[in-house]
Every structure is written in structure tokens, then in C-alpha cells.
Design a protein around this ligand. Sequence first.
Ligand SMILES: NC(=O)c1ccc[n+]([C@@H]2O[C@H](COP(=O)([O-])OP(=O)(O)OC[C@H]3O[C@@H](n4cnc5c(N)ncnc54)[C@H](OP(=O)(O)O)[C@@H]3O)[C@@H](O)[C@H]2O)c1
Length: 253
Amino acid sequence: MEFGEKVVLITGASSGIGAATAIHFSKLSAQLVLVGRKENNLRRIALYCEKSKGIKPFTITADVTDDGDTQRIINETIEHYGKLDVLINNAGVIGMGGIKNSTMETYDDVMSTNLRSVYRLTMLAVPHLIQTKGCIVNLSCIAGTKPSTMALAYNISKAALDHFTKCVALELAPDGIRVNSVNPGFVKTNLLKGIGLTEDQLELFVKNVVGNMPLKKPVESDEVAALIAFLSSDKAKSITGSIYVIDGGSLLR
Ligand SMILES: NC(=O)c1ccc[n+]([C@@H]2O[C@H](COP(=O)([O-])OP(=O)(O)OC[C@H]3O[C@@H](n4cnc5c(N)ncnc54)[C@H](OP(=O)(O)O)[C@@H]3O)[C@@H](O)[C@H]2O)c1
């Protein structure tokens, strides 16, 4: 599986699953556009990617919740490479709380990052993806399928994203564009760092989550990256509108 000549744009490439995906695609010779807010982290991942095949990624420091920034992401990508083949909508945040104890700020923050930004960036990318008969992979979560009480806004953002994937896949199929979703269970990244737990509480929380996973181990970021790359490749040319779960068996319970 090689991506030489293919332009692959990854949001949230400065950390976790997005960073692992960037590194994975760099080994497949992709022309990368890496997007994130933390410039230093983005540069560090870009340098790492460049080491694999000597291909320098193009980095864009941007906030995907800002409409001006999403327009700039697409404009600069087209100015730099002249085209776009693969869009990976990975940037995401989690906000804690259920209906009794969350806030509208949490709702707005989570929905604007996990859903609105995907809607907007996809909308702006589609004219260019039509030209290349490209594809889209969205990063969702098993939390969009399985009800739970700790992160209501996050859960519903991912449930909506799954429906977005299917509706847009149907709409864009006549244009030859495929749209799929990768839905991990628990992966050790920086996602849970901002949820207000101490290091000890976080460790206990992770231990409980992993203990409840049938395979008793967290999913690794590079396993998720490999699945994203497969769905973005010609090997998946008949796959569209699909939700790919990678969760160590968590949804079986
Ligand atoms: N970890 C899990 O257990 C898990 C499970 C299922 C699904 N997921 C999904 O996987 C995706 C990646 O999460 P992760 O676990 O890799 O988390 P992470 O390590 O916290 O990475 C999140 C990435 O999203 C970027 N991001 C967040 N808000 C942004 C914004 N407004 N504008 C631009 N970039 C933004 C961050 O960039 P900066 O740091 O530069 O701001 C960072 O690169 C998310 O959609 C998440 O919901 C994760």
C-alpha cells in the first residue's frame, strides 16, 4: 500500500491518534498536510514524519472551530500541493458530565470541535475531492453507539458524526468519493488529560476501563492509524458509509 503522489490532510495531527496516523502515512510516502493548534507539537511530528522517507510534511497551525481557519486550511493545502486526495477528520475533544452536571459551554465546545468543524471542513474539501475522486475518514468513537453517563456531549457528538458519515457517503458516492468512519474504544492518548482528574484518579480510571475490555488491553494509536490508512487506500475501493470499530471487544459487553 503506497500513497506516493496522494495528498493526505490530517486534523489533530499534533497528538495521539492523529500523530500516529501522520507517521503511518509518512512511511507510505504520502504528501502530508498536518493540522493542529500546538505549533511545537506539530513541528515535532512533522520532523518525525520527514525522517521516514525524506518527504517534508506541510504544517498548518489552525483551530478547526474557527471558520476562517478552516477556509485557510483548504486554501493553503491547494496552494501548496494543487490538490487534495484524502481528508482525515480526526481532531476531537472530550467534555465530561451528564444531563445533571454538565454545562452549555461543554456542549458548545464539544459539538463545535467534534461535529461542526467536520461538517465545515468536509464542505470546503468536497469540490477538491470531486476532482481527485478522493476519500474521507472520520474519527468517531464507540461512545456514539453505546450509551454511558460520563460524557453526554461527547457521546452525542460521535453519534451524530456516525450519521454524518453515512449520509455524506450516500450523497458523494455518485462523485466517486468514499466516506468511512473509524470508531475506537479506549486508546492511551492525551484526550483524557483535560478532564480534571489527578494522575492517580486517571490511572485508576484507565485501569477500570481496560479491565472491562474483553481483550484486557488498550487499543494502540498505530493500530488505529493502520485501519485509517487501509480505508483511505484503493484496497478499500468498495467500502463506503461503513463504521469500523476497533475496541478490544468493548462493544460486546
Ligand atoms: N483516545 C481514545 O480513547 C479515543 C477513543 C475513541 C475515539 N477517539 C477520537 O480520536 C480522535 C483523536 O483523539 P486522541 O485520542 O488522539 O486525542 P488527543 O491526543 O487529545 O489529540 C487530539 C488532537 O485534536 C486536536 N484538536 C483538538 N481541538 C482542536 C481544534 N479546535 N483545532 C485543531 N485541532 C484540535 C489536538 O490538537 P492540539 O493539541 O494541537 O490542540 C490534538 O492534535 C478524537 O476525535 C477522539 O474523539 C479517541
